[in-house]
Design a protein around this ligand. Structure first.
Ligand code: ZN
Length: 112
């Protein structure tokens, strides 16, 4: 397997895992008896990092959760649960970090 193919396969797996957890967390938030702007109630979500074995709790408020997902490529992870080759940290807090996926939409003919 060429290295760029390996990288794409790895990236796809990481993103798939993170999107799955993000969807899980979104469903969870919909079942919480709080508004999406609530910043009092601490809600246990699941870490959205790319590690398929990571199911650690990540406790944030609904407002923090909603704010962290301001863009489609942003995910909430526990501090240090970051894969620097596919994402970068955009916000850091004591209890969690927000990561943004690096742009993958590169034209192969240009990238050479
Ligand atoms: Zn994690």
């Amino acid at each position: 397997m060429r290295s760029d193919q390996w990288w794409e396969a790895r990236h796809a797996r990481l993103v798939k895992n993170e999107e799955a957890f993000r969807q899980y967390n979104n469903r969870r938030l919909q079942h919480e008896p709080v508004s999406a702007e609530d910043d009092e109630e601490q809600i246990p979500f699941v870490c959205e990092c790319g590690d398929p074995d990571c199911v650690q709790a990540l406790v944030v408020t609904a407002a923090e959760f909603t704010g962290a997902h301001s863009a489609a490529n942003r995910f909430v992870v526990l501090p240090g649960h970051v894969y620097p080759d596919v994402e970068r940290v955009v916000e850091s807090y004591e209890r969690y970090q927000v990561v943004a996926k690096l742009d993958m939409d590169v034209d192969p003919s240009v990238a050479g």
